[in-house]
Design a binder for this molecule. Structure first.
Ligand code: SF4
Ligand code: MG
Length: 321
């Protein structure tokens, strides 16, 4: 498959106080293929959002690079390149309550994207486009004159999606787009995103803290722990043959639908404490919680390696494969 976006040795560090460094994204490398959904999971604070925002150029990377269709888009780029990038990449945010101005009418929220793309559009044309976008995300024409605060959480997320689609993006970073929604609404929004992907050929980076949330939408899944990507593989392989002890623990925490199976299964309980992200010890970052940790794990950082076709993991247990 064709690579759409490539992240190479990306680092985003934040200075905390006088002498401490928060390594929010620490040497992350991966590729996203055209038309796929890459699910990115990990506990809150593991750096997923920072990674998404650095890819979207909302943050300047501390080190490393991001390429879009082979062109470098991180760091300083020309004004035209900047404009081109902004047109192709969009972001959908976690909390539709926060990202939409409640005092704005829906027509104006969705039209924001249209305006930046084509300022010569007449009012009538603009409204027609907004109605078209609203219909695409399953909202009614009659909603166009209402204010954002008049909508439910699920509807607001649809408005957010319509606004993102207004400029015809190719790539969308969806940062926990369903985490703030009722469980009953989550599947609807996931289905909408899948349907739009089919219709428009979109590529997604879909960020979630819960691995079960990304299962049905992702072609591949990446797992992050304390700023590092620890495993990356096709979704099926992640669920059937998780290699990293952290991924294994995440999966064992998902409740099983069958209560009998649930009763008989053994949970991997993560012991030890999460190290402070500003004071990450040497060696494998998962060391303090890993039941397989050895002396080597405490001393040396495992490389992120491909151990079978398309299956990457950062763990010394697989170093000789
Ligand atoms: Fe566990 Fe060692 Fe693998 Fe880290 S490198 S996940 S501590 S076995
Ligand atoms: Mg987040």
């Amino acid at each position: 498959s064709e690579v759409l976006l490539e992240v190479k040795n990306l680092k985003k560090y934040f200075q905390v106080g006088k002498a401490q460094t928060l390594k929010a994204v620490d040497n992350v490398s991966f590729q996203i293929y055209k038309g796929e959904t890459l699910g990115l999971v990990g506990e809150s604070g593991c750096g997923k959002s920072t990674l998404g925002r650095t890819i979207m150029r909302l943050y300047h990377p501390t080190d490393g690079e991001v390429f879009y269709e082979g062109k470098k888009i991180s760091g300083s780029v020309s004004k035209e390149e900047n404009h081109e990038c902004c047109r192709k990449m969009q972001m959908i945010f976690q909390d539709p309550y926060m990202s939409l101005d409640p005092r704005m009418k829906v027509v104006d929220i969705v039209a924001e994207g249209l305006n930046s793309r084509n300022s010569s559009m007449s009012r009538g044309e603009r409204e027609m486009q907004v109605v078209r976008l609203m219909e695409m995300v399953g909202l009614q024409k009659e909603h166009i004159g209402r204010f954002a605060h008049e909508f439910s959480g699920g509807q607001r997320q649809r408005i957010g999606i319509a606004r993102a689609l207004a400029i015809h993006p190719e790539f969308i970073v969806a940062d926990e787009p369903i985490s703030a929604l009722d469980v009953s609404i989550q599947a609807q929004v996931v289905n909408l995103l899948r349907q739009l992907q089919d219709e428009l050929g979109l590529t997604y980076l879909f960020i979630a803290h819960d691995i079960s949330m990304v299962k049905y939408i992702s072609s591949r899944i990446g797992v992050m722990y304390l700023g590092s990507l620890v495993e990356l593989a096709p979704s099926g392989a992640v669920f059937d043959r998780p290699l990293h002890p952290y991924t294994q623990a995440l999966l064992s925490a998902i409740p099983l639908p069958d209560p009998r199976a649930e009763k008989n299964r053994s949970r991997i309980v993560l012991e030890g404490t999460v190290p402070s992200p500003v004071n990450i010890p040497e060696g494998c970052k998962f060391c303090s919680r890993c039941r397989y940790a050895t002396d080597e794990c405490k001393k040396s950082t495992p490389q992120f390696r491909q151990v079978e076709e398309g299956h990457w993991v950062a763990c010394h247990r697989y170093a000789n494969q």
